[in-house]
Design a protein around this ligand. Sequence first.
Ligand code: ASP
Length: 594
Amino acid sequence: MQQYRTHTCGELTKEDKNKKVILSGWVNSRRDHGGLIFVDLRDRYGLTQITFDPKVKKESWEMAENLRNEFVIRIEGKVILRPDDMINSKLKTGEIEVEVENIEILSESKTPPFEVEEIEGVDKAKDVKEDLRLEYRYLDIRRKKMRENIKMRHKIIKFIRDYLDKENFWEVETPSLTKSTPEGARDFVVPSRLHQGKFYSLPQSPQQYKQLLMVGGIEKYFQIARCFRDEDQRGNRQLEFTQLDLEMSFVNQDEILNLMEKMMINLVEKLSDKKIMSKPFPRLNYDDVMKKYGIDKPDLRYGLEIEDISEIVKGCGFGVFADAIKKDGVVRAICAKKAAKFSRTDIDKLTEHAKEFGARGLAYIIIKENELQSPIVKFLGDDLSQKIVEKMKGEPGDIIFFGAGSEKIVREVLGQIRIELAKKLDLIDNNKLAFAFIINWPLFEEEFEDSHFAPAHHMFTMPHEDDYSLLDKEPQKVRSYQHDLVLNGNEVGGGSIRIHKRDIQEKIFDLIGFSEEKKKSFEHMLKAFEYGPPPHGGMAMGLDRFIMILCDEPDIREVIAFPKSGDGKDLTMGAPSEIEKEQLDELGIKIKKI
Ligand code: ASP
């Protein structure tokens, strides 16, 4: 069989002058220039200009006339230097071209439904409808940006594997056909043919298996694990996604965070040009974070911190503030530096935004050189207004925005306003990476689910040792050993120290309202805890989201080779799809139309 290449298309330089080479690749573009035909030949490694000259070989030149974009060709030719005025300094191969002697067309291509052609610095498919890109994903991933994303993904996963191997972790595969592993979403189920009427679940995460591996004495486990969660599609989520999942025995929370932190710093410094804002990563208390940033995954690339001014405005003349405090609520504020340039419409839009999250309005004070401009100053009075400005460190040119009401609503509203302000004031720097760990979470969610407690992380999370005594009396006050890793306003990881004692685990099952029946379905865990379980803990990182941030992409679909569309379909393969009647019969399944 013939040889397809001696070199790649991203390789030849002037050092290779006069070499006879063979290249194979896709026709990126073709230009006819008075007798000469120029083709940019593309492969995974780059572009090389090849030229067809009738004086070199007429037959080859004639064939080149028929070349269209995306044809796959193999050429043999000689490396020659480009004339000085034709040098392309942006390309590694920009100093040379290959003068073609022989050409073979390996396969032809129809005109692609969107342009794949690569031009340095231009992403031609940016405005193409995503559904079309997903249907023709094999063409889409020929594009440079997609190729770079896939390469980056490979590098990150390879780095993680090598790093954890050096740290004595073992990669262990856990089953995909399993039993429900609750992480708060709906399970995907797979009908069993051998056991009709029974179903496997696809894992929402390898949580229980990794804990059982700890009971099994593996001590340090990791896995690049596929997880499945049947959720309504919103935002940046996928029905199946990839986690770096890890677990360790005989560790405390700090040791888990230290490992993760060191790995992330090493990884970013090796593979990315982005700058980590603070090393070590800040370790922030959940309560403080909720007060200061209003959400549990704050973007710490910018300030705009929320301040509590309830004490100052208690009993003031502005009814909205005074009432909020009377009703056990809070009044908080954000000082937006240099926001006075906002137009009336800008402020109206912010107000609308605040209302979407439950506020009744959005009070503000614009600080001018000689006055405070605001509909509320006349109620607050000059002195109090001035005091607020001082507390908020306001200066001429700033606007102070307020939230008043229940703690929950004020957090949510100002948290969202903070994000909007950062966008409007152009404070978001994509070259920065602001990592932080959030610790000291409450064990349970604030709100009841069906009059029971819902775990804030998951039901295997260990309550804080100082709070055991509260478990019976005031479970909602119990903190846990949960830890989340946030990055630029995204939750990229989460984990905890786990329960490894049967009685505590049973207590948690009771508090979350498990029936005896439901408890039984976790008997394997309870039983395992009777055979010398070591203390253990770990965490998981959402790799898609992390890679998305490192690749500067707005959507995780851009860093997954074959993602599901927004409505959960695999548009490349056409899944989900109906199945043959025989298959259904074998499974004992009858489709009921609803
Ligand atoms: N299993 C958890 C999750 O998927 C992570 C962990 O607790 O390690 O979020």
